[in-house]
Unconditional design. Structure first.
Length: 214
């Protein structure tokens, strides 16, 4: 009985420690998966293996078999990844997936919004989650300031953008994604803002505009 109580006590201590450090643990494993995705993309690989334990912690979806059961494998980046986004001032280093945006893609990185979005359009909209308590995805986007640089690393090279504006809009104000012919190319980064605990909804969208400089 005494041994059982000791084991139960140890289990409770371990459980409490995991809960206390959960966001740090999640951030660590997400950064590790991100690094592998980015390295695989830069090496021209078509997929990245993600273990079941990593998938459970990070929320990153793994491949499924024909029967719907989880199959060995990971994230398909062969034709679905547009590049890598780096914002040093906001501690952002994320894979960017081609559209349309889906929950699975935003669990694995950030994503173009529409299926037809591409690297050569004038206004490239990119959406990402804010993961409360963890420094992943667009959670620290509010640390960025006007004048900060954004690097977008693609297969054709690195594009550099400068942040020109940061503001909030209502979710219905989709005109922030409009194309403006003849204007310099820009990025429109979109994430949730202004969480309402009563409705459990984010009532605003944070918009970061950045114009190409290189």
């Amino acid at each position: 009985m005494r041994i059982f109580l000791r084991l139960a006590g140890v289990a409770m201590i371990i459980s409490a420690a995991v809960l206390f450090f959960w966001q740090d643990i999640r951030e660590f494993f997400t950064d590790r998966v991100n690094d592998r995705i980015i390295e695989a993309y830069q090496n021209g690989e078509s997929s990245v293996d993600v273990g079941r334990f990593e998938s459970m912690i990070t929320g990153v979806s793994t491949k499924t078999g024909d029967d719907g059961e989880e199959a060995p494998g990971g994230i398909d980046i062969g034709e679905g990844m547009a590049g890598v986004m780096k914002i040093d001032s906001a501690a952002i280093n994320e894979p960017v997936f081609e559209g349309p945006v889906t929950e699975d893609k935003m669990k694995s990185g950030v994503s173009f919004v529409h299926e037809t979005d591409h690297l050569d359009m004038q206004n490239i909209p990119i959406a990402g989650h804010r993961v409360e308590g963890a420094g992943i995805r667009f959670n620290y986007l509010d640390r960025a300031s006007v004048g900060d640089r954004i690097e977008f690393i693609t297969e054709d090279g690195t594009r550099v953008y400068e942040i020109t504006d940061i503001f909030d809009v209502n979710p219905s104000q989709v005109e922030v994604m409009d194309q403006r012919e003849g204007q310099p190319q820009q990025l429109t980064l979109i994430t949730c803002e202004d969480y309402n605990p009563e409705t459990l909804l984010f009532e605003k969208r944070m918009i970061v505009k950045a114009t190409i400089v290189e």
